[in-house]
Write a protein that binds this ligand. Sequence first.
Ligand SMILES: Cc1cc2nc3c(=O)[nH]c(=O)nc-3n(C[C@H](O)[C@H](O)[C@H](O)COP(=O)(O)OP(=O)(O)OC[C@H]3O[C@@H](n4cnc5c(N)ncnc54)[C@H](O)[C@@H]3O)c2cc1C
Length: 332
Amino acid sequence: MPAEWGGRDLGFLALVRALEALGQGGAERGFLFALGAHLLGVTIPLARYLNDDQQREWVEALASGRTLAALAVTETSGGSNPVTMSTRADADGDGGYRISGEKVFITNAPDADLFLVLTSEKPDRGGFGLTAFLVPKDTPGLRVTPHRGTLGMEGAPMGTVALDDCRVPARAVVGGSGAGLRVFSTCMQWERTGILAGLLGAAERDIARATARLREKRDGRGALFEHETVALRLARMQVRLEGARLLLYRAAWEIDQGRRDLAGAATAKFAASEALVEIALDLMRVTAGEGWTDPQGLGGGLADVVGTLSASGTSDVQLAIIARTLGRGGPA
Ligand SMILES: Cc1cc2nc3c(=O)[nH]c(=O)nc-3n(C[C@H](O)[C@H](O)[C@H](O)COP(=O)(O)OP(=O)(O)OC[C@H]3O[C@@H](n4cnc5c(N)ncnc54)[C@H](O)[C@@H]3O)c2cc1C
């Protein structure tokens, strides 16, 4: 964040590396994901769309973490194509809007103070009819119901956000009427680029822990690490980790250059989530029974990272974004 909002004016690449370091240092995966959803899904990209009054009202509180944010886009009809959403915002003739609809699978929802809600204001205008709003949690008509029993990511509480004729003032509009898709795309560029950085750091930590254990654990012929199948599997994990990490760094560098490279962010997110799942599976293969019962959560890691295949858009949706740019010779 810029210094004027209490930040340190570091670039996005520096932020990605800091998140990675948190993961390497032992932060819990759900916490890292929840932090990323607040910081990368809303706070940092949002700041550039807010007018002076909105910045004064929200940015310092969001940047300091006193106010927790959630991005509310997905609906039960399907999150992959937000343009067809059914949450409606109607101008109430008094300068304000009335919002009705229901959002599902929203990270941080049970604890969030502020929701960035994507709505359809002019359905006949498709993507150009979407409008984003800032909706505080205490807005009459807004109700959050926590999702119970998610597969993993316990540290990242998730919930449903129901909006029943919620009235918001004109100053709740983000970026102007009809700018919702652009706001959402910016949030996705930042989130897809950075939200998995901490989990890659955690994977690096887990690979190192598994390697140390396999160097120490012995059978009749010596350390288990000496089995080529074991050592090469660990080497493959390292290659997947490094490849994903470099793609994140590249996408972060593009943001630092001020480029709107949506396909680059999709590439980074696709590579990172697929690598995390492959690494988690291979960790289970080499740590076997000890991994399954590990109190520090090697097995739990698999349940946590599977969710990353869908969060911020599924892997197939990332591929669809990348495919649209193929042969065009420029960023999406
Ligand atoms: C851990 C986690 C955290 C999440 N956090 C949030 C959050 O904070 N805020 C939020 O709004 N949402 C959040 N989500 C929801 C997430 O964005 C959606 O799950 C995702 O966008 C897919 O939407 P869906 O689940 O409705 O699947 P659907 O859209 O119903 O997709 C079902 C299948 O159809 C495929 N498909 C659909 N359309 C296309 C297409 N155009 N091209 C290719 N394939 C397609 C999908 O790839 C998938 O395989 C989160 C999800 C998870 C798992």
